[in-house]
Write a protein that binds this ligand. Sequence first.
Ligand SMILES: [Zn+2]
Length: 190
Amino acid sequence: MAKLYYRYGTMQSNKSNQIITTHHQYTTQGKQCLAYSTPIDTRSGYRKIKSRIGLELVCEYITDTIYDDVKAIHEKNRVHAVVVDEAQFLSKKDVHRLSDIADDLDIPVICFGLKTDFRNQLFQGSQVLLELADAIDELKTICQFCNKKATLNMRLLDGRPTNVGETIQIGDEEYVPVCRKCYKERLGLD
Ligand SMILES: [Zn+2]
């Protein structure tokens, strides 16, 4: 039985690099791996995943027909894996369809994304993935301000920490990974 995976991390936790590497590992063995991202993230340009160390991967955007699309490709030419970037922006239905790809088509689906936003609230896609995924892994990085493990994302507005504003914000420059202690201290929380 194929699994639905969720690999989550904070900003700068190497997610894009990991997804590109995972895709590369399949394709160098001659195994077809389909790469998707969520249409809400156009930061990388049209249908392209970019990592901070300069790797790139062309991908499709997730749509309502994701299950049928993967099934049709799989019937012609076996699909060995599906990878999904920016999975925090998936809808509940998207995640259900991805779980059907694992369960009914027996294709592993590996999702990468942010767990929480800068207000430290779960993204919808992350919530459903945490509820449904068979395997959940944390991609680790260190706090911007100390050497502890970062577990939260801090929004910097004009260089100053804030936890107000729109939920969905794109643009790495304004977001940094922080530990819980620094998050509370810098935002003046109890
Ligand atoms: Zn810290």
